[in-house]
Design a protein around this ligand. Sequence first.
Ligand code: FAD
Ligand code: UDP
Length: 411
Amino acid sequence: MVSHIDDYSNYDALVVGAGFAGSVVARELAERANKKVLIIEQRSHIGGNAYDELDSSGVLIHAYGPHIFHTNSQRAYEYLSRFTAWRDYQHEVLADVHGTYTPVPFNLNSIELHFDEDKATALKDKLVSTFGADTKVPIIELRSQDDPLLSELADFVYQNVFLYYTQKQWGLAPEEVDPSVTARVPVLAGRDNRYFQDTYQGMPLDGYTKLFENMLDHPNIEVLTGCDAHEVLLFLAAGDTPPNAPFTKILAGGTPFEGEIIYTGPLDFLCAKRFGMLPYRSLDFVYKQLDEKHVLPCGTVNYTVSEDYTRITEYTWLTGQDLDHTTIMEEYPRAFADEPGQVPYYAILNDENRAHYERYLALFSELPTFHALGRLAEYRYFNMDQIVERALALADELCANELCTNEPCAK
Ligand code: FAD
Ligand code: UDP
């Protein structure tokens, strides 16, 4: 860690944000292209939203919401495995549906919990024969079916799993959110009770923060925490130009910076919100420490028909810590209003917001050394593994320019 930078021109690349996007690119540039990299992070710690820490009772909690690693990408998995061993953990989620703990994604086991035997058999047979065994069916697609049995099932799942939860999470009905959002949690024509079916699943054995410490432990990487990029970077357009004129010059610490800039924060904030703030959803977290080994039956319970919070996560299920006490966390969704301490966790996906975002992105179109990368900077809904893949892809591009191979190399 460094505490003060006198001369930014000592660095080949500046990375804004020490989450997965920034940290992976930093490591790759440092290692494969022998670039000297400075990471600028506004928070007091590395890890971005995946940051974890011990709470006062010794439970490893995730400070920005529960993070479970899952992927089908061998590259992302193997890459992260350089920096952590894994605890085998297969996440399960139960929805509290009027007091009945129900597997989510809603599956054949869930059907049996909510319908009498004859009806359950008919619904299961119809679901499997229509879509195929183990197929994942988005609720929007299930609702569009004409068949009376499938309509009955769709109505039940919509009312008892999706409607209230989605209203809480987004302030919108399920049909008003982008279909890709609810499709993340489909109806499953099978009996797998796990939340994810990916090939690789688990939790970093010593936590995410340790994973990041290992990733950033490289002689070419320095990290400046507690520093907002706005204090360092200035983007200038040529002459006396209108607000939508593209930037043509970057200053770092007051002097021109010619190296690569990888920016992983919100793009609208980088431009002083000149076209108005992009819409985001935020969350408030409420932690409770309890003198019981476990209070939930699994890692997460979703409250799909009751309560103001969407879900409760019990961290000791995720970490496997064997304690006689536990810590749970409730999630309360909020509209993001840029209040002190509020975090813009989720982009709100729709055409209007995308167009709004593109206006910001266009401001950087004439700066080939500027790269917007990550969940905030790209205004997308990416999981951790997708971010790792995108960061590796960008690093491939940048390292190719340096005539490097996939192996560590000297410039
Ligand atoms: P971030 O982790 O947000 O990192 C960006 C960093 O940039 C932050 O540290 C921020 O402080 C810093 N920054 C921003 N602006 C500035 C600035 N101006 N100056 C300096 N620094 C700045 N994914 C999964 O795969 N599995 C899960 O179970 C999962 N659960 C999630 C639960 C919640 C509640 C949320 C919100 C997300 C979850 N995700 C999950 C998604 C995961 O958090 C993201 O994919 C991942 O963290 C994105 O990494 P990133 O580097 O793009 O962004
Ligand atoms: N969802 C729901 N009920 C559930 C679980 C999910 O309605 O029990 C919907 C909701 O709209 C949510 C989306 O599916 O925002 C995606 O859920 P996911 O668990 O992937 O959300 P995340 O973990 O990213 O917050």
